[in-house]
Design a protein around this ligand. Structure first.
Ligand code: PPE
Length: 307
């Protein structure tokens, strides 16, 4: 296995420190109990220069996640936005993945977190295709997970909480060990929920469907794709559907900051439509990449330029 990608500096609690010195103690609270919140954001080389995609929305979700789980982030959203831009600039990256994380420090033990210090870090690194080299062009093989997605009254699925990802990791590893690229998790009622780190859409008879925001993360890519699709005049329904509706869909795809817009070829070995990339999926993927690269004037306000 190659080493995980790095960059020069990490923003930690207000200062830029060397990547290798951005360390925490093993008694850091979040390491033990998973109470921490994070984001995944991307910066793309857009036409007019490097730009972060939907930066204020991601920072707002970081603060929303903290509010849901009852953590206090000792910075303003503006300070975090600035920290993110500063971190990308100091690392001289024109394209990168951005990982802000707010976590609980090591000054308290146990589950009563009163008085525990909240720390914040922002790391950036180059991160290519999330689901493999050919995933974006050719699509991926997906398997329904035996693990259900969190019930909305268990870990609060609108919060991007560290501990919630144990569920995602178990599903992902199960799928990969069985020879698939990604897992699809159902909610506790058995409806399709989302991938281990992606929202899902299906296309049937020219209409798009995606599960409502109950047991899924309120994905920012999901929102971007819904907006782009509706602006194209397509119908998008936020509705529950079952795994067998995915089997008989014409097209299906995952959305996420890391996964971008990845076609799904098959679910549980049933080829979806013709397999590969469906025509609507292709149209939306092209429009999504055009948007990220600043080629669509109507969505320019989703870009925060570095300079
Ligand atoms: N659902 C889950 C569970 C999820 O983790 C993500 C993002 C999404 C949906 C899509 O959300 P958005 O990125 O706002 O469109 N997953 C992030 C973490 C991936 C990782 O491996 O780490 C991501 O895509 O950055």
């Amino acid at each position: 296995m190659s080493e995980a990608p790095k960059s020069e500096k990490i923003w930690l609690d207000g200062s830029l420190v060397d990547w290798d010195l951005a360390n925490v103690h093993v008694m850091t609270h979040t390491l033990h109990y998973g109470m921490g919140v994070f984001e995944g954001i991307r910066c793309y080389k857009a036409q007019k220069g490097p730009a972060v995609f939907r930066l204020p929305e991601h920072t707002a979700r970081l603060f929303a996640s903290a509010k849901i789980v009852g953590m206090n982030i000792p910075y303003t959203q503006d300070q975090i936005n600035k920290a993110i831009l500063d971190t990308i600039r100091v690392n001289n990256l024109d394209e990168c993945y951005i990982r802000p994380i707010a976590f609980l420090g090591d000054n308290r033990r146990g589950l009563n977190t009163t008085g525990v210090r909240t720390q914040v870090a922002v790391a950036v690194w180059r991160w290519g295709t999330y689901l493999g080299e050919e995933a974006l062009a050719k699509g991926i093989r997906v398997k329904v997970a035996s693990f259900a997605r969190h019930h909305e009254n268990v870990t609060m699925t609108k919060a991007k909480v560290c501990g919630a990802y144990v569920n995602s990791i178990m599903a992902k590893i199960e799928a990969v060990k069985a020879g698939y690229d990604e897992a699809l998790l159902l909610d506790v009622a058995g409806h399709v929920a989302e991938g281990s780190g992606e929202n899902i859409f299906i296309v049937r008879n020219g209409r798009l469907k995606t599960p409502p925001l109950t047991s899924v993360l309120e994905g920012i890519t999901r929102d971007s794709v819904i907006t782009i699709a509706r602006d194209m005049g397509l119908v998008v329904e936020e509705q529950y559907f079952s795994r067998d509706e995915v089997y008989i869909a014409d097209e299906a795809f995952f959305t996420g900051t890391a996964a971008e817009l990845t076609p799904i070829n098959s679910l549980d070995d049933r080829t979806i439509g013709q397999g590969g990339m469906g025509s609507l999926t292709r149209k939306l993927q092209t429009a999504y990449f055009d948007t990220l690269r600043g080629r669509t004037p109507e969505y320019e306000n989703w870009l925060t330029y570095l300079a």
